[in-house]
Design a protein around this ligand. Structure first.
Ligand SMILES: [Zn+2]
Ligand SMILES: [Zn+2]
Length: 200
């Protein structure tokens, strides 16, 4: 259990002093569409954030965040560790009417972090930055065989009875069978193709 990452901006807003926060996070909990979400990290993730006043209600946040995000293999669901090195650099605006901090697109196209509480919780900001930088999906191994869609057997670890119904050469032949052909319909592994995620 980690405390949420907070930076105290009250003094900055009164005196124009810079503000600084740093610490480690093992997870980030935040809300998205009213639902609690959690990002888990494989090891404590260091964050280091500086905020400088730009005058009136505007500030600039810069820093670094280096989480090793825990994701699931898109085919077999085992844990995959995805190390990220994030450079933070975001305009901020104080707006007392903002209940929760949120990112807004300025006319310049730049994102602006709008917040209403000078004791700013950076959870949602760091989570969104992490999610945007992370790959949409990962494979634990480019050759991951996935799970049997009938019984859930992890085909990386061994075969199951459904496996025995197809000749071995067809198992490795992912792309050789035309989609929708009579052959593909008889092939119990045809449905496994739905699990395949395009590789980037
Ligand atoms: Zn896998
Ligand atoms: Zn099976």
């Amino acid at each position: 259990m980690t405390d949420s990452p907070r930076i105290h901006l009250g003094s900055l807003m009164r005196t124009q002093d810079d503000a600084h926060a740093e610490g480690e996070l093992t997870e980030l909990t935040y809300e998205q569409g009213g639902l609690p979400q959690t990002l888990r990290f494989a090891e404590p993730a260091w964050y280091d954030v500086d905020v400088n006043s730009l005058g009136s209600q505007e500030m600039y946040l810069q820093g670094t965040f280096e989480p090793t995000l825990i994701m699931e293999c898109a085919r077999c669901l085992r844990e995959v560790h995805v190390p990220l090195e994030l450079k933070l650099g975001t305009l901020m605006r104080y707006d007392p009417s903002a209940d929760q901090p949120y990112l807004e697109e300025a006319e310049s196209g730049e994102e602006v972090l709008v917040f209403g509480d000078p004791n700013l919780d950076l959870s949602a900001y760091l989570a969104e930055t992490t999610v945007l930088a992370a790959p949409l999906s990962v494979l634990h191994d480019p050759a991951c065989k996935g799970l049997c869609q009938v019984c859930g057997q992890d085909l990386n670890e061994g075969t199951c009875e459904h496996m025995a119904q197809v000749p071995v050469e067809e198992i490795d032949d992912d792309l050789g069978i035309p989609e929708g052909s009579a052959h593909a319909k008889q092939n119990p592994f045809a449905s496994l193709k739905d699990l395949d995620v395009p590789e980037e």
